[in-house]
Design a protein around this ligand. Structure first.
Ligand SMILES: C[S@@+](CC[C@H](N)C(=O)[O-])C[C@H]1O[C@@H](n2cnc3c(N)ncnc32)[C@H](O)[C@@H]1O
Length: 302
């Protein structure tokens, strides 16, 4: 999960190679996070370029401002990437040369017990990227009906025992509210068959946590909205590079890219997703499920 010092960017070289940033270009990083992509982009678009950094997490933005400073060529926005068009309008930037998303959460967020993303760093169930948002993981776990819980465990986590786990969560919360990440992890672990649990390489609660995080932050909704409009803002020859970390997310990117290609809006330089090298996976195990897809805006259509 990265290093203790911070978030290690996943497939950085590949993302930069495919975005192919050049001096003077304008690039949007919709999930700026620890600034790993941003630093590499900035180096290549200077002089004369402009980097637009977005993150839903105020803490991440503060660290980015401390890292890159308030120079005119980097702009920071506390915004959901699905609202990137409002940001571009605010800075009077009609079209851009490239956009990137590196989906999900950073190692810093995962390791911070106070953010409630992980049972390995036990804390209160929260999981909001944007802490001004009302909906938290505790609300979902303690108040959503069993059917709705089972649906998110299945649809956002590919969880085989979704219904069984949902029922166990409802039974546990009747006794006492589930407040902490470790309490939820124990409830999930106790709900799945022991033989299955022993065969798994990951903790039985990992995918349940993933699915709750996706629901808390409406991650699929944001991604769909972004993909519905991004190509309208990319200049001919400009590129969009997106790194997804699980099959549901990657499917959304693949479907939108293929649909845009079928309309003659973009070309897809690689048909299969690019995955990290064995060397990267060894150095940064978090990268192992990363899948990069790239689309290049065509000139003629639109
Ligand atoms: C995997 S990290 C990005 C790491 C970054 N590429 C780097 O090199 O350091 C993902 C970041 O995206 C942010 N994020 C997640 N969903 C978002 C959304 N819909 N809009 C804006 N930021 C989002 C998270 O808060 C987190 O900081």
């Amino acid at each position: 999960m990265g290093t203790q010092a911070g978030h290690v960017p996943v497939m950085l070289e590949e993302v930069i190679e495919h975005l192919a940033p050049r001096p003077g270009q304008v690039i949007l990083d919709g999930t700026a996070g620890g600034g790993g992509y941003a630093a590499a982009l900035l180096e290549r678009i200077r002089p004369g370029g402009r980097l637009v950094l977005l993150d839903r997490d105020c803490g991440a933005l503060e660290r980015l401002i401390a890292r890159f400073g308030r120079s005119g060529d980097v702009r920071y926005f506390h915004a959901n990437f699905c609202d990137f068009d409002e940001v571009l309008s605010e800075i009077e930037q009609e079209q851009i040369d490239g956009a990137t998303l590196d989906l999900g959460l950073s190692s810093l967020q995962l390791a911070d017990a106070d953010r409630g993303f992980s049972f390995e760093a036990p804390g209160l169930l929260d999981m909001r990227y944007d802490r001004s948002q009302a909906l938290t993981a505790a609300e979902i776990v303690n108040h959503w009906p069993a059917d709705r819980l089972a649906s998110i465990f299945r649809d956002y986590g590919d969880q085989p025992f979704a219904r069984r786990i949902a029922k166990a969560v409802v039974r546990a919360r009747r006794r006492r509210s589930i407040r902490r990440t470790d309490e939820l992890a124990e409830t999930v672990a106790a709900a799945v068959p022991a033989a299955w649990r022993r065969k798994q390489k990951i903790h039985p609660a990992t995918r349940v946590f993933q699915s709750i995080r996706i629901a808390v932050n409406d991650e699929y909704g944001s991604l769909n909205t972004f993909l519905d409009k991004i190509f309208d803002y990319i200049k001919p020859g400009g590129r969009v590079a997106i790194v997804a970390f699980h099959s549901g997310e990657d499917r959304i990117v693949k479907t939108h890219f293929r649909e845009a290609a079928s309309r003659g809006l973009v070309t897809l330089p690689v048909t299969r997703p690019i995955t990290p090298t064995a060397r990267e996976v060894k150095a940064n195990p978090r990268s192992r499920s990363g899948r990069l897809r790239v689309a290049v805006r065509l000139a003629a259509a639109g």
